[in-house]
Design a binder for this molecule. Structure first.
Ligand code: ADP
Ligand code: MG
Length: 244
């Protein structure tokens, strides 16, 4: 498998086995919203996600899923505790460095696919890495590789409106993969999909995890998604508990 942008493909990190640095660590990370009244949306939480893990987090509305996702994706900072990505403590970093880390190391997949409507599938995927100033020809090649990973090379020239919901989400996954992130962070990735498209998407995630060693963290309401993960954690009132 040719690496896309990164000089350290995910597969190498998996091959490292025991010595591999966790992709993500929450070290007593907590988030309180100031209010009034203040809300302890995430209680002090410790979580280690190793390279090659496939973690699902489920919980009811208001339990703290988005708060957790925002911390893990470096979109927000903990009120206390630390968020460590690829062994780097992000607490001390400037906003600029956090943005750079997010762009390089974390791939996001959301429920609403967020594709550009007038750009083809390949062009949408090739937008990944634009802000990291990766040259256009490199991004175009990476886009083709990433589309191949999700089984959509034959639809590279299609516009989002010409694709099914499931295909659009696979394009969104390809875009997230094109920068070779250490972690793929998915927020309700099957929320807009029917049962058949959900099954196909879960097959893609399985394949990425098994064949490429892509580290997956999926936040979901869907227990069929959680059932495919290797580790199912539930969140209640800002506290993580094993769900199995
Ligand atoms: P979920 O994504 O599981 O529905 P959230 O993480 O969005 O849960 O919210 C967890 C708790 O924090 C809820 O009680 C919610 O009302 C509260 N909350 C979320 N965001 C904010 C905010 N920006 N300011 C104040 N309270 C918030
Ligand atoms: Mg939410």
């Amino acid at each position: 498998m040719t690496p896309l942008f990164s000089t350290a493909p995910v597969t190498d990190r998996v091959a490292d086995g025991q010595s591999a640095v966790p992709v993500l660590e929450l070290d007593r990370a907590a988030r309180t919203y100031p209010g009034p009244p203040p809300i302890d949306a995430l209680k002090p939480t410790t979580l280690v996600v190793a390279a090659g893990d496939y973690v699902a987090i489920t919980g009811p509305s208001g339990s703290g899923k988005s708060t957790l996702l925002n911390l893990m994706g470096l979109l927000d900072r903990p009120t206390s505790g630390r968020v460590i990505v690829d062994g780097i403590d992000t607490s001390a970093l400037s906003e600029r460095d956090r943005t750079a880390m997010r762009g390089r190391r974390i791939g996001f997949v959301f429920q609403a696919f967020h594709l550009m409507p007038h750009r083809s599938a390949a062009e949408n995927v090739a937008l990944a890495g634009l802000y990291q100033k990766i040259p256009a020809h490199v991004r175009r090649n990476a886009a083709q590789e990433a589309l191949a990973l999700v089984g959509l090379v034959h639809r590279a020239d299609a516009l989002p409106t010409q694709l099914s919901g499931g295909e659009r989400q696979r394009v969104a996954i390809a875009r997230a993969l094109a920068t070779r992130p250490s972690l793929l962070l998915c927020d309700e990735p099957t929320g807009n999909l029917d049962t058949v498209a959900t099954g196909a998407l879960l097959d893609v995630l399985d394949d990425l995890n098994t064949r490429l060693g892509t580290t997956l963290l999926v936040i979901t309401h869907d227990l069929s998604v959680a059932a495919r993960s290797h580790r199912h954690i539930s969140i209640r009132d800002g506290v993580l508990v094993p769900a199995d």
